[in-house]
Each structure stands twice: as C-alpha cells, then as structure tokens.
Design a protein around this ligand. Structure first.
Ligand code: NAP
Length: 248
C-alpha cells in the first residue's frame, strides 16, 4: 500500500507539480482543487499514465464543511493520510492598505489562514499517535512576502503568510512528540498563474532583475523541496522554514 498524501490546490502551479513529483516518489495522491476540474483531472491522468495512483477531489478550503468533506473523501478513496501539503492560497490585485475592502480581507484570511489551519487540524486528527495515527509530515506554503511585507502590492497577502509562519513554528512543536513533522516552504517569485490573479500576468519575468539568481523559480523547483520535506530523508527536520527564492 502506498502512503497517502493530500495536496490542496493541486490543479495547477506548485500544487500540481508537487502532486506529480510526489506520485513519482511513491505517494498515492489526492489532488484537491476549487474550480478547475479539467485541470485537476489532467494532473490525475498524468499520474496514472506514469503508473501512479491519484484521485481528484473538489473542495473550497475556505469552507469548514467542504474541508471536512475533503478529508473524509481522502479517507474513503485512498485511506488514512500520512502526508499533507497545505498549498491552496490566493492573491489579489495590487492595492495599498488604505484601499483594502472588508470583503477582500475576509476572503484572503478565510482561504490562506483559517482554511490552512483547519486543514492542518483535520490532518493531525488522522496522523497523530495521540489519535491512533501512525504519524506523518505536513508542509505549509508560506511566501517570501511574509518577511518582505509586499508594500504597495498586497500587504494583506504577506500578512496571511506571516500567520502561516507563526502557525508552522507553533504547530511543529505542539505535535513533534506525536510522530508529526511540520515544516514550511517559503517560495520567492515562482512562474505560475497566481500572478495573473494578482493582475500582473508577466510579474515573474519582469521581476527577474530583482532576484539575485536573475530568474523566477519554477513550480517544479518548489515541489522538489516540498517532496523532500515530506520524505523520510527529512526525518529530523521539523519547524523549519525553507526559502526557495533564488537568493531573494
Ligand atoms: P496558482 O497557480 O494560483 O494555483 C492555485 C491553486 O489553488 C489552484 O489549484 C486552485 O484551484 C487552488 N485554489 C485556489 N483557491 C482555492 C480554494 N479556496 N480551495 C481549494 N483550492 C483552491 O498558485 P501557486 O502559484 O501554485 O501557489 C501555490 C501556493 O504557493 C499558494 O499558497 C501561494 O500563496 C504560494 N506561493 C506562491 C508563489 C508564487 O510566486 N507563485 C510565491 C510564494 C508563495 P482551481 O484552479 O481549481 O481554482
């Protein structure tokens, strides 16, 4: 039986690259998505074409009932998970803090912070030796924005990732004696669709001169770090926050 991994927001970008790479490393993968079922199915199809095991499961991680449904579907379709990647996250268009709306803040925090924490809760209920689990590994997606602040662009997004950093540090210590490792990956500018959702589709390329390595990262380069943190090769690593930023 393959170990079971859930990746939220795995229909494209970093989540999709992580699902594909993890499947190559022997995980049975639950590919969560919110809207784009065709893209999620394409990820599942590619994993199966490489003789891997995967299912796609629709759920909005900004909703308590849908998160519970997502995890119960993973239980039913693949079995008890030992890997979880808290990847789904949203950006918004560039504005100053004095232009932020209540609705925007609600959505950003509901998906990026509350949803991520509640997903981790569901994962712990399945992994913790305290709850009859066999342990496991959780990887949270932070962002370099958490330490740079993203002034004039999306301070709200940066702050949501700052919350993930603190959550990562505390949760890692809280469950370290229960067989669960918890780590974060902090990507820099990675060439995915997220920049289009922030209104600047070519941001990854235009920002290249500001990156010490003079190029954006790829989703696969972030996935490599995530899959390593999930693996037994990282067996003594917990509470870490790994920059994958090209030096930024
Ligand atoms: P992306 O290309 O925009 O993909 C986002 C994924 O999340 C999609 O699969 C999307 O599914 C899913 N998603 C969005 N809202 C969701 C919700 N409410 N419930 C469930 N799934 C949802 O993003 P990405 O660039 O790969 O980013 C992945 C993570 O890395 C995010 O947490 C992001 O903040 C972080 N990150 C990215 C960068 C970067 O430069 N790209 C840098 C730092 C950190 P659908 O398509 O089905 O809606």
């Amino acid at each position: 039986m393959k170990p079971v991994l859930l990746v939220t927001g795995a229909s494209r970008g970093i989540g999709a690259a992580t699902a594909l790479l993890a499947a190559r490393h022997g995980w049975a993968v639950a590919v969560n998505y919110s809207q784009n079922s065709a893209a999620a199915e394409a990820v599942v199809k590619q994993i199966k074409a490489e003789s891997g095991q995967a299912v796609s499961i629709q759920a909005d991680v900004g909703d308590e009932a849908q998160i519970k449904h997502l995890f119960s579907q993973v239980d039913a379709q693949l079995g008890r998970l030992t890997g979880f990647v808290n990847n789904a996250g949203v950006l918004d268009v560039a504005v100053r803090v004095d232009e932020l709306s209540w609705e925007r803040l609600q959505r950003m925090m509901r998906i990026n912070v509350i949803g991520a924490m509640f997903c981790a809760r569901e994962a712990i209920l399945r992994m913790s030796t305290k709850h009859g689990g066999k342990g496991g590994s959780i990887v949270n997606l932070s962002s370099v924005a958490a330490r740079m602040g993203a002034p004039g662009q999306y301070v709200d997004y940066a702050a949501s990732k700052g919350a993930i950093d603190t959550f990562n540090a505390g949760l890692a210590k809280e469950v370290a004696a229960e067989g669960i490792r918890v780590n974060a990956v902090r990507p820099g500018i990675i060439d995915t669709d997220i920049h289009a959702s922030g209104g600047i589709p070519d941001r990854a390329k235009t920002m290249a001169p500001m990156i010490p390595m003079l190029r954006p990262g790829s989703a696969d380069e972030v996935a490599q770090s995530i899959v390593w943190l999930l693996s037994d090769a990282a067996s003594y690593v917990t509470g870490a926050n790994l920059d994958v930023t090209g030096g930024r």
